[in-house]
Design a protein around this ligand. Structure first.
Ligand code: CMP
Length: 137
């Protein structure tokens, strides 16, 4: 994945707002390169968030992320990773700026509506986790 792409995932607490969230993403200038609806098993959620395996919130995070549908997507825009993290706001919605996706839609620091990759390298890894081998990707 080049440095004009990022990976996102609308999380189980926010799928009911997926239409509004995707509209915000598109209006911010991102092109949706790939998108699907799916549900992670606990094992898959554990793999996706393996980097957090030693954190105290890991078990709950895995349980939450496998609790319902999600919408993973690959997005394209100049400066995609940084611009997208600005659009979604801080991990903890209580600290997110007004107008950001998490400020508007997130429930808590765990159920925080949406994921955004933190680097070009992770965007490539995370995008491949869901879309490797598919035609769009
Ligand atoms: P995300 O950006 O997808 O990356 C890791 C996720 O772990 C994060 O969003 C939250 O859903 C969750 N998370 C991060 N920090 C905490 C925390 N302190 N307590 C509970 N969940 C957290």
């Amino acid at each position: 994945m080049a440095n004009n792409r990022t990976f996102t995932m609308i999380k189980p607490d926010a799928v009911n707002n997926a239409g509004a969230i995707l509209k915000m993403i598109q209006e911010a200038g991102f092109r949706i390169v790939a998108l699907k609806q799916t549900r992670l098993t606990a094992e898959q959620a554990g793999q996706f968030y393996a980097v957090h395996a030693e954190r105290p919130f890991y078990k709950d995070l895995v349980s939450y992320m496998s609790s319902g549908l999600i919408f993973p997507a690959i997005l394209e825009k100049d400066n995609a990773v940084a611009d997208f993290r600005k659009l979604i706001g801080a991990t903890n919605p209580a600290q997110a700026e007004e107008g950001t996706i998490r400020k508007i839609f997130a429930q808590s620091i765990e159920a925080n509506a949406i994921h955004g990759s933190d680097s070009d390298e992770n965007a490539a890894i995370e995008g491949a986790f869901f879309f490797a081998g598919t035609e769009q990707y």
